[in-house]
Design a protein around this ligand. Structure first.
Ligand SMILES: Cc1ncc(COP(=O)(O)O)c(C=O)c1O
Length: 457
């Protein structure tokens, strides 16, 4: 055999191409299906189709993050800049972000995590999946975790506190961080409902050790499913990355031996996909303007409503930092809250209260039956049964364990605001609120208006 004719030795290649002409794996059909999801009219879809069919696709998009111009990587970079955080990891959901954060802080079986009795159940369930034990804590008049009650819930087994910035309201993080420091506890901020909010100039999610965001379609910023893990701590970042990126796929040389002790351990794949990343990148760019619109509307409304003696405004820890979706008050009783919400709604406002209703709402601890009834996914009963000893952990749950939370929820009335209202719309809303309040309560002349009462109290 003449070895000099081999291509490896400089001879002609046996195969110089194929006749077959394939199609891009992901091409115009997929793009049109997305355009259809956006809800464009058939005429618009037809026009888009004509235009893109003229363009010859050179290849198909690669819809995962391992490429230089990845939208997910851009989202992580831009979110880090906007939130002023060192590290951001984009994951598949807020629940995935929480699971990742609990693992990053090294929750061990039986470690207790103190969290508010009013949160979406994911805060607690992700803790259980990480083998931690949720410990419910009261909320206060800010409708977020009550720092005074946190201290009462601390035991020798407490590992962390998970304050939740509910409904765009901001927790009293200064008090939470002080308690954490005093008792040497980790803090995970659940910012699923408050992306972009801040407390005295610091973005939520960057105040504690680690922050978790949901950026799903249900949230003000976000589309599809998505979440973010945010931290300034290098060690927590690499642990979070190891857990959420396939147990090591993130590494520059993924097959290399561990570069430091603890770098490699078994993990999952919670990577955000490029389509969600694309939508969420744009959502992040629009976030600041949206927050400004909301806060301005809240000021326009509350500056035109008087304060009332019998109607206590909700405590707002940072009026310029919260989202400003709602104006909240406390009636004196649950029954009164119901009547107030009905009267406001009858005027054309979007007003709501839980009042006396006993609906099985998964934002209220006593209805989170997976926790209340200690229902883990596995039959060994872990984390509520210690697999090493077979003994139950000494944590009990009962529906009446957080009476203050239940009381506040039943008396809280919220009037929903709209970021797109004009100044005149806001005046109309203020007039409707004043009409109802004047009929039910006495004006409190101590304050020139409700805005002042909120800002001062
Ligand atoms: C407070 C809170 N935490 C966590 C989550 C979970 O986020 P996701 O639905 O993206 O998993 C939510 C979602 O509504 C939430 O409201």
């Amino acid at each position: 055999m003449d070895k000099s004719k081999l291509a490896i030795n400089g001879g002609p290649k046996a195969i110089d191409g194929f006749e077959a002409k394939g199609e891009a794996k992901i091409g115009n059909e997929e793009f049109m299906e997305m355009a259809d999801t956006w809800g464009y009219s058939p005429e618009a879809l037809e026009k888009i189709s004509e235009i893109i069919d003229e363009d010859r696709l050179s290849g198909s998009p690669f819809l995962v993050g391992y490429k230089p111009n990845s939208k997910v990587n851009q989202l992580q970079d831009e979110a880090a800049e906007i939130l002023r955080a060192k590290y951001v990891i984009a994951v598949t959901s807020g629940t995935a972000a929480l699971h990742t954060a609990y693992i990053a802080i090294d929750i061990n079986q039986g470690d207790e995590i103190i969290m508010p009795a009013s949160t979406f159940m994911a805060t607690a369930m992700a803790a259980v999946v990480a083998r931690g034990i949720p410990v419910w804590c009261e909320i206060d008049e800010s409708m977020t975790i009550d720092p005074e009650d946190i201290e009462k819930r601390i035991t020798p087994r407490t590992k962390a506190i998970a304050p939740v910035h509910m409904s765009g309201y901001v927790c009293n993080m200064d008090a939470v961080m002080e308690i954490a420091k005093k008792h040497n506890l980790m803090v995970i901020e659940d910012c699923a409902q408050a992306c972009g909010a801040s407390l005295h100039g610091r973005r939520v999610g960057t105040i504690a050790d680690i922050g978790c965001f949901s950026i799903s379609s249900y949230k003000p910023t976000g589309g599809g499913e998505g979440g973010l893990v945010v931290t300034n701590d290098e060690k927590l970042y690499y642990r979070a990355l190891q857990w959420s990126e396939g147990g090591g796929l993130w590494r520059p040389d993924r097959y290399a031996l561990p570069r430091w002790e603890g770098e490699l351990f078994c993990g999952l794949n919670y990577r955000m996909d490029e389509l969600s990343g694309t939508v969420n990148l744009v959502q992040f760019r629009k976030m600041e303007d949206m927050l400004k619109r909301k806060r301005t509307r809240k000021r326009w409304v509350t500056a035109n409503v008087p304060a009332y003696k019998e109607l206590k405004p909700q405590v707002i820890h940072d009026l310029d930092g919260e989202h400003g979706d709602k104006v909240g008050f406390f009636a004196r009783t649950a029954e009164e809250a119901e009547n107030l919400a009905k009267a406001l709604s009858a005027e054309g406002l979007s007003a709501g209260t839980r009042g006396r209703s006993d609906s099985r709402d998964w934002h209220i601890y006593k209805y989170v039956s997976a926790v209340m009834d200690k229902l883990p996914a596995t039959s060994d009963g872990c984390p509520w049964i210690d697999p090493k000893t077979g003994k139950e952990v000494p944590v009990e749950y009962s529906p009446d364990m957080c009476p203050k939370t239940l009381d506040l929820l039943s008396r809280h009335v919220a009037v929903g605001l709209d970021q797109w209202w004009t100044e005149n719309d806001c005046k109309k809303v203020a007039k409707a609120m004043t009409k109802v309040f004047d009929a039910m309560y006495n004006r409190d002349e101590k304050y020139s208006n409700l805005l002042e009462a909120i800002a001062i109290d």
